[in-house]
Ligand binder design. Structure first.
Ligand code: UDP
Ligand code: MG
Length: 316
């Protein structure tokens, strides 16, 4: 995860876009994005990361490079997921300012000039915050809302709800981001953790222009768990409190039983209450072990120190 120095200063503005099976989007994407970038800077580049596409995405990108030498393609060895692909793109970007954008144009590229203007004003990070989630299903909206409210209650880093990955990073903020060494990367949280001078712009979000989303609820769930476990250790800690409370309750109950037995003699053994207690405590124990497992798995991943992504080839 090193950045190239050398002739980097020749590029002023980089646009980084991860792509996984986006052949339907390619032409629309470049037709809309290219003129906008050109209007902002003479020294620009587009870095597309091919995240293990199984369709014609790479072939089409290579063809496009013929008429657009400013297009650089980072071809990953397989699909590493959006967060890793984005990091690969950022590491290869050479610009003084770098904008991350999705290929599906849900984030209107027409906002690029405004972002660049904010950067020229002196901001290091320019973020777009979605003013609505109308393009999402009710279930996605509700779960997203619950996720942000939970993570912001239990984590020290404030995570702006509905801030997507559509961001501009100035060189300093970008270098800082790339210097973070953790493997489990919850980018949204990492960007906020970095600090720097941030400008937030409100905007509406459109529907995907072509193709379909690569996220499903299983992926979103593991993304949410990544976010929470990377930015809060509260889920680990509440178990000692819960255990303490339960143990205290059990102790008091024990005293009650002893006293009752001493006063009234031996009771009929209570199968039902016994069963309830056993089941309840086993359940609690399993949840506790599960939570430990989530953290342990992440410690395991971190200790392996595998790279976030493997580059097969860079076309430049
Ligand atoms: N993407 C990627 N690797 C993946 C999944 C997605 O590089 O494994 C890219 C995708 O091509 C698009 C961006 O990430 O440019 C956002 O993907 P998508 O629109 O599917 O996500 P959503 O907008 O639903 O969050
Ligand atoms: Mg999308």
């Amino acid at each position: 995860m090193t950045t190239q120095t050398g002739d980097r200063r020749a590029v002023e503005l980089s646009v980084v876009c991860p792509m996984a099976n986006e052949e339907d989007m390619l032409t629309i994407f470049f037709d809309r994005v290219r003129p906008l970038i050109e209007s902002c800077s003479d020294a620009w580049e587009i870095v597309v990361v091919n995240d293990g596409s199984t369709d014609q995405t790479l072939a089409q990108l290579i063809k496009l490079r013929g008429s657009m030498p400013q297009l650089r393609i980072v071809d990953l060895s397989r699909n590493f997921g959006k967060e890793a692909a984005l990091t690969a793109g950022l590491a290869h970007a050479q610009g003084e300012a770098v904008i991350m954008i999705d290929a599906d144009l849900q984030d209107p590229p027409e906002l690029i000039p405004e972002m660049v203007a904010c950067w020229r004003e002196g901001y290091d990070v320019v973020t777009h915050v979605r003013s609505n989630r109308d393009s999402d299903s009710v279930l996605k909206r509700t779960t997203a809302g619950a996720f942000y409210s939970i993570i912001n209650k239990i984590s020290d880093t404030e995570i702006t709800p509905n801030a997507g990955d559509y961001r501009l990073l100035a060189r300093g903020a970008l270098e800082a981001f790339l210097s973070l060494e953790e493997r489990t990367r919850f980018n949204k949280g990492l960007f906020e953790w970095l600090g720097f001078r941030e400008k937030q712009l409100l905007r509406a979000r459109a529907d995907r222009a072509e193709g379909h989303t690569k996220w499903n609820y299983r992926k979103l769930y593991s993304f949410a768990i990544d976010g929470i476990t990377s930015f809060s250790s509260l889920p680990l800690k509440i178990w000692s409190w819960l255990g303490f409370g339960l143990a205290l309750g059990a102790l008091l109950y024990g005293v009650v039983i002893v006293v009752r037995t001493m006063v009234f003699g031996v009771d009929q053994p209570g199968y039902a209450s016994m069963m309830t207690v056993i089941l309840f405590f086993n359940g609690v124990t399993l949840i506790g072990i599960g939570i430990m497992g989530e953290y342990l798995a992440r410690i395991f991943i971190e200790t392996k120190r595998r790279p976030l992504y493997i580059v097969r080839k860079v076309y430049e």
